[in-house]
Design a protein around this ligand. Structure first.
Ligand code: FPP
Length: 257
């Protein structure tokens, strides 16, 4: 395929996007790094390294379309049970990715944010992340949320414990707890719920990701493995999302009238 043909395909995908219906928040389960590596006879870590490049592509699309929040599932609570070499390799990759990409992300106005049990991370990774969060806290073009040592059940349980503490300390009466109050105790406080969740690699499940926050998200599954993720796949997911009818429990007639 010649370059002109590729540009034409890209332009025709881009033209299908309704700029007035861009989701504010997209969440991604970046799956398939291991399979990508295995199919090439490489170590699993090579898949994660290639996957880090896809994160950059996803951030670029958010910039192009004006998506304000991107959350990526980089390391789940359950991922601590992987072989030690893979866990430490992933932590090192995280630190080196921040080192490599920080200046450009900062220049692009990206605010870095982390959700999850930061205290469980190795000290150097935690320090690096806290510094990146502090240095980018006033950026407002796009918030890049990295879910690290995160799980949806952990998030909900943590919020429940925190709300119970508030009740015990007479900060609130139990009968006055509403959704707003509860949500302010989740790791995602201040961040709108994702309108769209993308999962790569052909698996079709939530895997303990943003269990509370995904209540009404549109789900987009693709067979593409995360290291092969391209801007075109992301654009395709947005087009698909824009063609869904989001009813939030109402009838179709109520939505269209
Ligand atoms: C899931 O694929 C992927 C992960 C557990 C790690 C994702 C991490 C990165 C892409 C590293 C870069 C991240 C940032 C934020 C710089 P898998 O290993 O479960 O794949 P498999 O199902 O094919 O084995």
């Amino acid at each position: 395929m010649d370059v002109l043909h590729i540009i034409n395909i890209k332009m025709s995908i881009e033209n299908k996007i309704d700029k007035g219906k861009i989701p504010k928040h997209v969440a991604i389960i970046m799956d398939g790094n291991g399979r990508w590596a295995k199919s090439r006879g490489k170590m699993r870590l090579a898949g994660h390294q290639e996957g880090a490049k896809s994160v950059k592509k996803a951030l670029e699309v958010c910039g192009e379309l004006g998506i304000k929040y991107l959350t990526v599932y980089a390391f789940s609570t359950e991922n601590w049970n992987r072989p030690q070499a893979e866990v430490s390799g992933l932590m090192s990759l995280l630190v080196s990715s921040i080192d490599k990409e920080f200046d450009e992300m900062n220049k692009l106005g990206i605010k870095i944010h982390v959700i999850g049990e930061l205290d469980k991370l190795p000290e150097n990774a935690k320090k690096k992340l806290l510094l990146a969060i502090e240095k980018t806290k006033n950026n407002d073009k796009l918030t890049f949320i990295v879910a690290l040592s995160y799980s949806g059940r952990w998030d909900i349980l943590n919020a429940v414990k925190s709300v119970v503490k508030d009740v015990e300390n007479n900060k609130i009466d139990a009968k006055d707890i509403d959704y707003n109050y509860f949500e302010a105790h989740l790791a995602t406080v201040g961040i709108p719920d994702p309108e769209l969740l993308i999962r790569t690699s052909g698996e079709e499940r939530i895997s303990n990701f943003l269990l509370y926050q995904l209540a009404y998200s549109e789900l987009f599954f693709t067979d593409v493995l995360w290291p092969d993720f391209s801007k075109e796949v992301f654009y395709q997911a947005i087009i698909d999302y824009q063609n869904r009818e989001r009813r939030f429990g109402k009838t179709s007639e109520q939505i269209t009238n």
